[in-house]
Every structure is written in C-alpha cells, then in structure tokens.
Design a protein around this ligand. Sequence first.
Ligand SMILES: *Cc1c(COP(=O)(O)O)cnc(C)c1O
Length: 462
Amino acid sequence: MRYISTRGTAPDLSFEEAMLTGLARDGGLYVPETIPTLTFEQIAAMGGQSYEEVAFTVMRPFIGDTFTDTEFRDLIAKAYAAFGHDARAPLVELAPNHFLLELFHGPTLAFKDFAMQLIGQMFQLALGRKGARVTIVGATSGDTGSAAIEAFRGLDNVDVVILYPHGRVSEVQRRQMTTPGEDNVHALALDGDFDDCQARLKDMFNDFEFRDGVKLAGVNSINWGRVLAQVVYYFTSAVSLGAPARKVSFTVPTGNFGDIFAGYIARQMGLPIADLVVATNQNDILHRCLNGQGYHKGTVHPSISPSMDIQVSSNFERALFDAYGRDGNAVAQLMTELGEGGFDVSQGAMQALAEIYTSGRTSEEETSQTITDMLARTGELLCPHSAVGVKVANEMRDASVPMITLATAHPAKFPDAVEAATGIRPPLPPRMADLFDRPERLARVPNDVEALKTHIKGLIRA
Ligand SMILES: *Cc1c(COP(=O)(O)O)cnc(C)c1O
C-alpha cells in the first residue's frame, strides 16, 4: 500500500513513512493510493467480535509491511486497554432509530484518544527499532493536544510540543495539557486562535531546514494514521445495528473534517452508509461550502463547542482531492486561492461532494437547548459538540434509517456549558478527580513562527 499527496508532487510513501512524517513536502496530505474493500461476509463476521478484532480487520490492509500481524494485534490491544468501557465505543439509544456513539471513554475523555493512543504505540515501535527520534509538534483547539500529550508522555524517542490558543480552551482541556510532569512534554499557549496555531504549524513544516533539523513529525489529523484509526468505530457501530444487511447513517460534529472523512473511508471500504451528515456550530464554513457557497474564510467566532471553532478545515483537502478526481494540480490551485481568502468549488466537484455529504449548522442557543432537552427526554448529558450533532441529526434524519450521532467528548470536559444548560455540573470520572490539584507548567508564546522555532529548539532534548 502506497500513500500519495493531495497536491500531486511529493514522493509517494509507505504507511510507516507517511505516519512518521505527517504533512507532505508539497504542503499536501497523504491518502492511500487505492482504498481496500471488505466483502459483505467480512463485514458480517464483525458481529459479536471485540472492538480490537474489528480494528485489526479494518486497518490491516492499510499498513502494508510496517508491522507484522502479531505486532499490530499487540499495538491495538495496548492502545485500548486503558479505556474506561469494555465496548470501547458503546452505543446508547436516544430515540427510536437514533443512537449516540459514545467516543469519550478514553484517557482524556474525547474521541481523539481512539487515534492518538494507537499512534503513540505505533510511533514507539517504529522509532524504537530504528533507534530514531522525532519532535512532535501539534496544534490543538484543546482535545488533540491533551490526547497527544497523554499518548506520548514519558516516551524516550519523542519530544511533544503542543500549541493551543491562549484563553480559548476549557480549564479541563488546559489542565490535561499542563499538568503532566514528564520533561518530554511541552504545552505552549499561543497568542491567537486555533487557525493561527495550525498556520504556524504548517509554516514550521514548510521550513525544511527546521523540519529536518528537529526531525519534525505531526500528529494532527493531517496524519493519515489518525484518520485510519477512526474508521474502526464506524464499522463496530453500524454492524451492531444490522449492517451490512441494513444501511445506517451518521451525523458527525465536525471541525477539521478528520472524523467525518474516516466515515467516508468506511463507506469506500464497503460499509453501507446512507447519509454522512456534517454538523457545524456557528462557525459554519463547511456547511456553507457544502451548500454551494464556496469556501471563503471569515473570522472565528468563539463558541461553547470550541473544538469545532475553525475556518481552515485541514482534512477537507482530502475530500476535495477525491471530488476533483484526484487531480493534485487542481487541489494545489485551490489551496493557493485559500491562502488569499477562499475559493469556489467547480460544479463537477460539488456534485461529487453532494453524493457523499449533507450538512447542517446550529446556533449557540440551539446547542444549549439541545443539551437541556436531551437530559429531560433521555437522561443523557451531552457535551456541547455532541449536542451540535444531535440537533443536526434530528433535523436531517430519515426516520426509517438508523441514525448514529457521534458523541465526541465527555460532558465533564466542558462543564461550564453543560451547567449553564442544565444546572448540573458533570463530575470528572474518579480516575482524574485530582486534575484541579496538580501543578501546571506552560509557556506563553507569540503568534510568530521565528520566535516559535527558537523556543522549540531550546526545549528539545536532542
Ligand atoms: C476534534 C473534535 C471535534 C472535531 O473533529 P474533526 O475530526 O476535527 O472534525 C469535535 N468534537 C470534539 C469534542 C473534538 O475534540
């Protein structure tokens, strides 16, 4: 299995190389050259299997000879062992034919743990056997950073540096990043918003001297390994509702388009998905684009679902690559236009996108009202991101097809919004109850790439 860049000019790579590098050297994102498919029988056989067994079947065709079967099974087992639920990703019924997929039972209480815990294991084995080391630099709106720090803390071959927007993450998110004491972990509070964090990260990747000097690696959802790990729960949840004999639909609270793109990959692999619904908050650039209004950047409006406060949705590039018939030149052109403010999507590409994705958006009031309503009607306490999903799913769903809405974080990760909507302050799970007592360690950094590069060179150990 080879991986190619969405901008068409970077060299193609193996799974291991694509995973360890992150962003392609032409600025593009890596995607598999072809998408392997599973047969009806292979998917049907997942009924009754453990999460880990399904994970092996789904991901194995993508990893080539990077790991042996025995190694890969072992990595998967270690990745999910610390999850707080035996099913890993349990389904809860909200209403007839509407289900919530709880993706928040990992160590940092957001779905990012599904990919990051596995990536941590894969990096450790791949780097350890080569005697190599890397500096992971990540940008986060809160959840990627905490998941990455949790996955890489204390590892010998990795320094991990996380850029988060100062003052724009929840206190639980910030503390999950600033309280680990290991000296390979560094949380940097950047003076800017999440798009600034992502842009400075891309600047660093595009400076090849810096990139090669510090052996820069990326674990944002630009990293193919992240997307791949998220394909698995589309299979486990759909099969538990009768797939492949029956179609199901998904609604996905969306920011960087990684999670929903994993659903598209599941569909390409043969999972019968009827609708894939993109749910956005008031930062609705994706919703507007999917409704034919082009992709034009505005400014971020901070919301109660901060992990989706975004204007530049990195993984959308992967969707555009397929919608433009895998024409890397066309994608490179669009991304140049995006640098100048935005682009319009061609009619053919709009048609291709419309065959796969639909979308909806919610206002702040609707999100909050959904948290209130769902608690009253179902007893389920939703985090604000999951509430965006539930609200959009209720609007878009066809009552005859099971709808699965992804619950992307635990309500205790966003206690202020949940308390404002319900009067209930959701407690942290007992295993992290002392989070507010631990000392914090962080550095404030300017929104300036040169200053950042100097700062990072001073932090890393090699
Ligand atoms: C990251 C995140 C999202 C958005 O996921 P994408 O893959 O970036 O679209 C939604 N909800 C929560 C809680 C998140 O952490």
